[in-house]
Structures are given as C-alpha cells and as structure tokens.
Design a protein around this ligand. Structure first.
Ligand code: SF4
Length: 325
C-alpha cells in the first residue's frame, strides 16, 4: 500500500543538513497496524510527515522513492507519490498529530473544524454545512462522544477529549491510511487506554492501515501487528511485533524492551546511557556504536546492512551476517 525504497529526507538548515531519515526501505500493508518506535530525535515523526506528504522546507526528499497505491475508482489502482498524495488528504490518508493541546484551532468551534476538514472535492461538501453537521453528530455518537463537543471551543475540553476529537477528525471520512503521531503522549494511563482502544477499534471496523509513532514500547506491544525500530534516522530492525518482543535482535531493540517495567519484576530497570548522535554530522559505521554494549572494532567504521533473519524479520547489525573485508 505504501512503499519506501532507500528514502533519504533531510532538513537543510543554516547550521547544516540534518539527516533525519536516512535510507529507509519498508512496505506498509493494507489492513495492518504498523508501529514505529525509537527515542526522540530518531526520525520517527519526520518519517510520518513524509508518509503524509507534508514536505515543507527545510525538509526535502533528497533520494530514494516513496509511492502509494491509490484506488482510482472502478477497482483500478494507480501509483501516486509525493506531491500527489497530499491531494487525497483526509479521504485516502489522514494524520493525527502530536500534541492535542495545541493543534486544534483555539478560536474555532469543533463543528467548524470538522467542516474545514472536508475537502471541496468531497460530495459531502456540496451538501452544505448542515449535512456535514448531521454526519459528524452521528459519527460522534458512534464513537460515544458527547454531542455538546460540537459547539465547544478546544479550551473547553479536557486533554483526553481533545485527543478523542483529533482521532474522530482523522477518521471521519474513513481514510484507508491513518497516521498517528504519539497519540497518547501527555495523557494519564486511563485516558491513554481509552484512546488506544478507540484507535484499534476504528482500525478493525474500517479495515484500514494504521501507522502509529510512539516512543512507548508498551503502546506498540498492545496494538501493533508489525514494529519498526528507528535509531538516528535509520531503520535498525523491523518485523512482526511478537517476533520483535520474543526475539529482539538489535542491541538497541533489546535495550528498549529491557527498559519496560514488568508486573512482579522488582529488579531495577536499566536505561540506555548516552544520547543519539547529532544528525548533522552522524558518525561513520553503525550509528549506535558509541552506546552499544556489544560493539566490535569494525562497528565504528563499517555500516551494517539490513538483512533478513526470519519471516519478515529484518535487522541491521554486524552481530548477524558477514562483515566485508
Ligand atoms: Fe552494536 Fe555493532 Fe550491532 Fe551496531 S553493528 S548495534 S555497534 S553490535
């Protein structure tokens, strides 16, 4: 449904070129939940922006390709890419942004934010505001959200309700692909659970593709079918979520999983010391080498390739595969 091949997307800033997404290749399938995990600053949110075709300076695609299968009516599918995908925002692909507190327009009532989200080309737009209001009201009822929300301004809603409204906005036109950027960050655990349930129930009803970016491995464990781990702009491991949690291969993935709290386990959780490298001048070789407890001499100067280790399970690490001389 979405294919990325050796995609490199950089921010061209006055301080230098930030290599935020650097040579990422992955296929995203219909009707799957793909999780993208990693620390802050590893390129997850940039990757999501690129998937959404939200390419604004200083962010640019510098090489590689990105394409999507777009249903062109009568059962036909056409391949579209950056610059074209944005023409189908909301109905084909939608984006649930990070930070529910600040992304809704504070001076516009929620019902008008839904009205603005319906593109001019959509048949519902021609039916007018009242028809859209009725459709939104029915949708909110389906999602068990109070109808009073429609007349509210964002500041009158709690953080959890704002996030639910964003999920409703992003799914209202039943897009085939929903991209969610840290959808549960800054919410308490009870509200987080409600949002995750809402996202996953909607994905199951619509049988669409959900791509969720989160630094929280617990979120991915609960909802993702497949998981992609990013580190310093690179995809270092991806595969079925069960395979990743039962048999994490990359040392970074292993450390992310080890840092998760477990019921009944009182041992102290160990964090990952150090910080990701500066992506303006990333190190040669494996970008995780400075923090990796299993680093070998050649790791610092030879970049590992992504290799297949199991059914749809890939890793990029010199512990696996052969080292070129
Ligand atoms: Fe660690 Fe080397 Fe693997 Fe990088 S390539 S994760 S430094 S063992």
């Amino acid at each position: 449904m979405l294919r990325l091949r050796e995609l490199k997307c950089h921010y061209h800033t006055p301080r230098g070129v930030v290599q935020a997404v650097d040579g990422v290749s992955i296929s995203i399938q219909p009707n799957e939940v793909l999780g993208i995990a990693g620390e802050s600053g590893c390129g997850k949110s940039t990757l999501l922006k690129v998937l959404y075709d939200y390419l604004q300076p200083p962010l640019r695609i510098v090489s590689g390709s990105y394409e999507a299968d777009f249903p062109d009516g009568d059962g036909k599918v056409k391949t579209i890419g950056p610059g074209e995908i944005r023409e189908h925002w909301w109905e084909f692909i939608s984006y649930i942004p990070q930070g529910s507190m600040s992304v809704l327009n504070p001076v516009i009532r929620i019902e008008n934010q839904f009205f603005d989200a319906v593109p001019k080309r959509h048949p519902l737009k021609a039916k007018g505001k009242e028809a859209i209001r009725e459709r939104v009201a029915a949708y909110l009822k389906e999602l068990e959200l109070p109808i009073e929300v429609l007349k509210s301004y964002p500041h009158q809603l709690s953080g959890g309700m704002k996030q639910r409204v964003l999920v409703a906005l992003g799914t209202f036109l039943h897009p085939q692909i929903v991209l969610a950027d840290e959808p549960t960050t800054a919410l308490d655990v009870v509200v987080q659970k409600g949002i995750l349930l809402m996202l996953i129930e909607l994905q199951q009803q619509m049988e669409n593709t959900l791509v969720v970016v989160s630094h929280d491995m617990g979120v991915h464990y609960q909802i993702s079918d497949r998981l992609a781990i990013m580190y310093a702009g690179k995809l270092v491991e991806y595969g079925p979520t069960d395979a990743i949690f039962n048999n994490p291969l990359h040392p970074y993935t292993q450390m992310l999983i080890q840092s998760l709290p477990r019921v009944g386990d009182r041992s102290q959780r160990v964090g990952i010391s150090g910080r990701p490298p500066n992506l303006i001048d990333p190190p040669a070789g494996c970008r995780f080498a400075a923090r990796c407890p299993k680093a070998m001499e050649h790791c610092a100067h030879q970049e590992p390739e992504l290799i297949q280790m199991g059914p749809d399970h890939f890793v990029s690490c010199h512990l696996y595969g052969e080292v070129a001389s």
